[in-house]
Design a protein around this ligand. Sequence first.
Ligand SMILES: Cc1cc2nc3c(=O)[nH]c(=O)nc-3n(C[C@H](O)[C@H](O)[C@H](O)COP(=O)(O)OP(=O)(O)OC[C@H]3O[C@@H](n4cnc5c(N)ncnc54)[C@H](O)[C@@H]3O)c2cc1C
Length: 461
Amino acid sequence: MFEPEIAIVGSGPSGFFAAEALLKAGIGARVGMFDRLPTPYGLVRSGVAPDHQQIKQVVKVFDNLASNPQFSFFGNIDVGSDISLGSLRSRYDAVILAYGASAGTSLSIPGSRLAQSITASDFVGWYNGHPDFANFDPRFDHECAVVVGHGNVAIDVARILLSDHARLAKTDMADHAIEALRHSRVRRVHLVGRRGTIQASFTTAELRELLGLSDVRVVIEPDVLQLDEEERGFLELPVNAAIKRNFGIISDAASRGSDGEATRELHLKFLASPVTIEGTDRVEAVHFVRNRLEGPIACRRAVPSGERFSISAGLTIASIGFQGRPLGDVPFDDRRGIIPNVEGRVTGDSIGGASLYVAGWIKRGATGIIGTNRADAAETVRTLLADFRDKRWSVKTDRPQALAPPGNPRINFADWKRIDEAECRSGQEVGRPRRKIVSIDAMLDIARSGEAPATPSQPAA
Ligand SMILES: Cc1cc2nc3c(=O)[nH]c(=O)nc-3n(C[C@H](O)[C@H](O)[C@H](O)COP(=O)(O)OP(=O)(O)OC[C@H]3O[C@@H](n4cnc5c(N)ncnc54)[C@H](O)[C@@H]3O)c2cc1C
C-alpha cells in the first residue's frame, strides 16, 4: 500500500466512479473530491429529468462511497477561481479532472441571440434548480415552441414542455419552474432534427415515452417514413436492431392518426435545419430549410435542398450538443471541447506538480449515459496506477498540510446531507421527493444550522 492522496475535481458520476476505483484498488488511497457547488452528483442532480426519479437512485452508490473514511468532499469550491489547480497539484500526488462538459452549444444562425432563443443546457439547469440558472426567465406565453435536435436531451425538453402540469408538480423540479410551467400556454412543440428517422439518436425507452404522452397528439409527416431499398436493408442488419425498433415506434405513432380529444401536439419533424430566427425583441418565428441526405448509408449527411418553411413560435430551445471548457493552463482541444488525453492521462501537460488525469465528459466529450462513466473512470484509474508503477509520479514525502483557504466557505459531505435532509423533509410535506434549494446562501445557512428555510427553492434576492 503506497497510500497516495488523490484530488478529484468534480463530483458528478465520473468523479464518484473514479473515487470508487481508487478506494477499491487496495492501495490505501485517500480521495479529496472538489465541486464548485455545495451539492454533489453533477448532472444526476442538475441534468436528469425530474420525472425520471428512478435514474437518480444511483446517488445511493455515491453516498455509500462518501461514507468511506478515506473520502472527503469539499463542496462550494470552484477549482480555478476559489483555489488554483496549482495549489491542488502541490498538495496532492495526482489530480483527476472530472468537471464535465455541460455548457450547451448554441445555434449560430442569424437571430439566435434573440431573447427566448436558449439552449437545452440552460433550460434543463433552470428546471432542475441549478443555482447558475435561478434567475433565468424562459417564457411560455406563446402556443408554440421549437426544440432543435434529435437526442435524448431534446426528448426530455419536449416532454417537459408537453407534460401535464399535475404530473410535473409531483416531482423534484425546482419550485420556480413548476410555478412558471403552471401558467404555460405552450400547446404545440415542434421537435426538429436535421437528418432522417433512422439517423436520430433517441434511445427507445425515451422515444416510446414521448410518443405515448397522454393528452398529446403526435404529428409526423408521412414522407419521412419512406425508406429506399438501401435504407430498408440497413435496418435489417442485426447491429441496427435498436434503430429498427425506433423506426417501428415512429411509424406506429404516425399511423395512430389524430386523437381528436388531445389538447397538445407534438410535431416530430425530420430532415430540416433552422436557418434564421426572426423577431424584433424576442423569438417570433423560426425559418427552416428542408434537407436531403447524402453519403454512405452508415453516416449520411444532411444537405440543404433549398425548400423552406417557417414556424411561428415564442421559444426556441437548441439541443445540439454540450461542450467542455478549458481550466487554467491545462491543455485543451477546442475543436472537440475536451482535455486531450491517452486513456485518461492528460497529454501535452508541461506544468509541474501532481500528475494530471481526466475522466467522464471532459475526457471523451458529452456522450454516454451515467453508467458509461464507470468504465471510463476505471480506465483512468488503471492508467494512473500503471503510471505510478512506471515512476511517472510518486507519493510526496513533503506536502503542505492544508490547502490555501478558498474564498468560499467549504461544504463537507455531512453539511450536504443536512441540505439533502432539509430538501427531502420539505418535499415530503407536500408529497414530492424533495424541494430543491436553489440559492447557495440558503444552502450555506442550512449547512451551518441544519434548518430549512420557509421557501427552500427561492433564489437569493
Ligand atoms: C440534460 C441531461 C440529461 C441526462 N439524462 C440522463 C439520464 O436520464 N440517464 C443517464 O444515464 N444519463 C443521463 N445524462 C448523461 C449523464 O448525466 C452524464 O453521462 C454524466 O453526468 C457525465 O458525468 P461527469 O461526471 O463527466 O460530468 P457532470 O455530471 O457534469 O459532473 C461534473 C461536476 O463537476 C463540477 N465542476 C464543474 N466545474 C468545476 C470546477 N471548476 N471546480 C469544481 N467542480 C467543478 C460540476 O459542478 C459537476 O458537479 C444526461 C445528461 C444531460 C445533459
